[in-house]
Structures are given as C-alpha cells and as structure tokens.
Write a protein of this length. Structure first.
Length: 279
C-alpha cells in the first residue's frame, strides 16, 4: 500500500474510533467539557447527539478514558437495544454486581440500590454510558427514568449518559416519557468539522501516523474539496482521505491534490450507489 511511499508508520484514516488520533475540534471539545462539568455536578441524565459519523463513540471513549484516572465506576453498553430487565442485568454486570440469581424486578432494583449506596459512601461516582441510544426501546427509556430515582438526599446514585443519533430526540419527544426528557439537564449536538478544521485534522492524523514530510500531505485544493465532499463528517472524511492517498500513490505523487480527491469522491459515489446510501 502507500505507507512507505508517504513515510507513514500506520494508516492515518481508519474508521474505527481510535483515541490515539483524537483531534479536538471546537464541537468535540465543547461536548467533552460539557460531559465533564455535568459529571462533576452529579447530573442524573446527560445527552449527546449527532449524525452518523460525527464522532460520538470516539467522544464516549475519550470521556471514559478521562474517568479512568478518577474514583468513578463506569459501565459502557455499546448496543443497549434491550428490554428493561436485560438492560438492568447488563448494567449490573458491567458494574460487577451479580444479579443473575434473582428473578423479581423488586429484588434486582433493591440489590442494585444497595451496591450503589456502597459506592456513594466510598465517594465513588457510578456512570453508565449508553451508545447508540436511539435504538433503546421506549419502555426501556422509561425504565431508565425509574432507575434515576435511586438517590440519597444529596446525590444521584447513578448518572446516565446517552449517546445517540438525532432519532433519539424524536423518541424522547414522545409524551409517554416526558418525565425522562425533563430530567436531562445537559445536552449537546455534535456537528461536522469546519473547512479550517479539516486542514488541521488531516495534518494532525498524518503526524500521528508518522508523517514527517517537508510540506503538507494534502494541498489547499485537496482540503477544500475534501471538506465539500465530506460536509465535515469525520467518518466520511476519513474514507475519502484514504482513497485520495491511494489515488496520489497510484499517480506517483508525494502529496494529495484536488484531482485525487475528485477520484476518491467518484469512487465512493459508485460504491455508495451500489449499496444505496449515496444519492
């Protein structure tokens, strides 16, 4: 591939949420700051939304990494499309609480409450992060609201962070779960990168991947076209940047130019039309 050609040690534009490549755009940093402040304030529910590919899972991992150096106890559920009881058991398992032998919901909640009280007495926060929260059934969302009633006179025993696509807002707008919606004190909507941020983003990821060339790996015209084609969405930007590097490599160039981005966009459009996600 193109690694040795460009002097790279690893692929700079993967689509997995690798925290080693974190680039703090304005939106990403604001969302992270909002999470940390809300956590410190002990708010029961926090909501982060954004379109597909805007970096919600990466933000979640960065948040969990930041909490790893504190007294916080965390649980992470990447696919919480569960009915109330399985969700409760999954949360308990993530927190190291064995509830499998109990059948009745009353006992499950009682024992979870006792474990959370022990954490609170020891000065430990308990934080549950639910990724892809737009997939949570409505009945389960309402059950989460009931779990938020677990509290002392001073603090919530469990904080819940919802990371989801905009469809989560549609679900939360339903009248039947208005009480949960009212308990979300902090919320933030992730947006794409600006044109100026795209240039810095590309250069940052190239440097992390080992690029030490004299000039920029992507020229100004390439950056402009990448921003336009991706609309600033990091996942789409990564796909196009990777393909543009392939095109530049095939052309024998040491940098990506505008025509290479056009080739990448055309290739992506052909593939996308074939599977039905590009209009």
């Amino acid at each position: 591939m193109y690694l040795s050609h460009f002097g790279l040690g690893t692929f700079p534009f993967g689509i997995t949420p690798d925290t080693e490549f974190v680039f703090s755009t304005t939106a990403h940093q604001e969302a992270f700051n909002a999470l940390m402040v809300a956590t410190e304030n002990g708010e029961g529910f926090i909501k982060i939304t954004g379109e597909v590919g805007t970096g919600k899972t990466l933000l979640c991992r960065r948040y969990l990494n930041a909490l790893a150096g504190t007294q916080a106890i965390t649980a992470y559920l990447p696919n919480p499309q569960l009915e109330p009881r399985p969700l409760l058991l999954s949360i308990a398992e993530e927190l190291g609480i064995d509830l499998l032998q109990y059948d009745y919901q009353f006992h499950l909640v009682k024992l979870l409450n006792e474990a959370l009280l022990e954490h609170a007495k020891a000065g430990r926060r308990v934080i549950v992060c639910l990724d892809e929260a737009q997939a949570i059934p409505i009945a389960t969302l309402d059950y989460l609201r009931l779990l938020s009633n677990l509290e002392t006179e001073k603090v919530k025993l469990m904080q819940v962070v919802l990371f989801g696509q905009p469809e989560l807002d549609t679900n939360l707008a339903q009248e039947s779960i208005r009480q949960l919606r009212q308990r979300i004190i902090t919320e933030y909507r992730l947006t794409g990168l600006t044109r100026n941020e795209v240039g810095h983003y590309l250069a940052h990821r190239a440097r992390v991947a080992g690029y030490r060339g004299n000039g920029e790996l992507f020229d100004k015209n390439a950056v402009r076209r990448l921003h336009k084609a991706s609309e600033g969405v990091p996942r789409v930007l990564n796909i196009l940047a990777h393909k543009a590097l392939l095109a530049a490599f095939g052309d024998g160039r040491q940098a990506v130019h505008g025509q290479h981005v056009l080739l990448a966009a055309q290739d992506s459009a052909k593939i996308a039309r074939r599977i039905g996600w590009w209009s």
